[in-house]
Unconditional design. Structure first.
Length: 77
C-alpha cells in the first residue's frame, strides 16, 4: 500500500503551483476569498485546478484536510 504525505506543499504540487514555503506564503498573501465565496469558485484557479479541488471534496479524498486548511488561509478578516 502506498503511503503519501498529504501536506500543504504536496497540495500545491498537485495544483501545479510552486510549492516551497516562500511561494505558498506569497500565494496566500496575493489571493483571498470573499465572505461566503466557495474555494472552488475563486477566479484564480485554472479549470484543471478547480476540477481537482471539486473532485477531492466530493470524494472526501485524503486531500480534504489540506484543502480545508488552504480555504482557511485564504480567508482574510
Amino acid at each position: 500500500m502506498e503511503v503519501f504525505n498529504h501536506n500543504l506543499e504536496n497540495l500545491f504540487q498537485q495544483l501545479g503551483l510552486p510549492s516551497d514555503r516562500e511561494a505558498i506564503n506569497s500565494f496566500i498573501a496575493d489571493h483571498h476569498l470573499e465572505s461566503g465565496e466557495d474555494l472552488t469558485s475563486a477566479a484564480f484557479w485554472s479549470a484543471s485546478q478547480k476540477q481537482f479541488l471539486e473532485e477531492a471534496k466530493l470524494q472526501d479524498a485524503d486531500w480534504v484536510e489540506q484543502i480545508d486548511t488552504l480555504d482557511t488561509l485564504l480567508r482574510k478578516d
